[in-house]
Design a protein around this ligand. Structure first.
Ligand code: FPP
Length: 261
């Protein structure tokens, strides 16, 4: 009988070898702690195949799972997906409904694996404005994984960075008025503490797929010094190999934070 490895189609076999090779080339001491991903291109991927946009989101979900596994196995500390922006409500209702069902499905299919992997799932954004079933699923994810100490997996849902900052400012002003803080106490660290991301490090690497070169209201405060990686690959075509490639590129960057090396 043909050994398993040889039975994999030639190009799949090459990809597996390339991915293994890439992992061994990554420097374990210089991995990004936090990787944030703008998963773009699901709609175009579906259109190219004459499929409804929702088919693109279904294909995209497989990649969400693949990259969670890759990040976990690599020892990445935080992985954040931009899943639904405050602007995405403007999409056709059937697409919005489909996107809002994804967390419910994902809970059924993936919660056990995430628990086994010790993954802690968290939400960034105003989840209270999502449909009640979606909100219930999101809360169940958070509740059932809150004591886990492995990979922190954030889903930004109904998230917009400007509205996050405005809400932080309003809370700060309120705290000044109540006498809890003084204007002089306002520092970058204090601002951090008012954001959804308060307990996690800023992203070291932001990846956006599909060839769009913009940030689209994603973590504007938090990505001040992030390395940005834009790839033409549509999200449903992105895979672990492409993920490792992005990390390898990151490891070749020199991060200066405004200083001179
Ligand atoms: C962007 O492609 C993709 C989305 C708006 C969906 C992102 C969904 C996830 C990351 C999964 C979320 C999962 C859970 C469990 C919360 P697009 O539709 O903008 O593509 P296009 O630009 O080609 O039209």
């Amino acid at each position: 009988m043909m050994p398993f490895f040889k039975s994999i189609k030639k190009n799949k076999q090459d990809q597996a070898i390339a991915a293994a090779d890439r992992i061994t080339r990554l420097q374990a001491s210089n991995l990004p702690k936090h990787i944030a991903i703008i998963t773009d291109g699901n709609g175009r991927w579906a259109k190219k195949r004459g499929l409804p946009r929702t088919a693109g989101h279904a294909a995209g979900m497989k990649k969400v799972r693949e990259i969670i596994r890759a990040a976990d196995e690599l020892g990445i500390q935080v992985l954040t997906y931009y899943s639904f922006s405050t602007e995405n409500w403007k999409r056709p209702q059937d697409e919005v409904d489909y996107l809002m069902k994804l967390p419910i499905e994902f809970l059924k299919t993936d919660l056990n694996e995430l628990i086994k992997r010790n993954v802690k799932v968290q939400m960034l954004g105003e989840k209270s404005k999502t449909p009640s079933e979606t909100q219930k699923a999101l809360e169940e994810f958070e509740e059932k994984t809150k004591h886990n100490s492995g990979l922190i997996l954030n889903f930004a849902i109904n998230y917009g960075s400007r509205s996050e900052m405005i809400s932080a400012m309003k809370q700060m002003i309120n705290d000044v008025q109540q006498g809890h803080i003084k204007p002089d106490d306002v520092t970058e660290d204090l601002m951090d503490s008012y954001l959804f991301t308060k307990d996690i490090p800023d992203p070291d690497l932001v990846i956006r797929t599909s060839g769009e070169i913009r940030i689209s209201n994603f973590l504007l405060w938090q990505i001040a010094y992030s390395e940005l990686c834009f790839t033409d690959t549509l999200w449903p075509d992105f895979d672990a190999e492409a993920f490792f490639q992005a990390i390898e590129d990151f490891q070749h960057r020199t991060r200066r934070y405004g200083a001179v090396k």
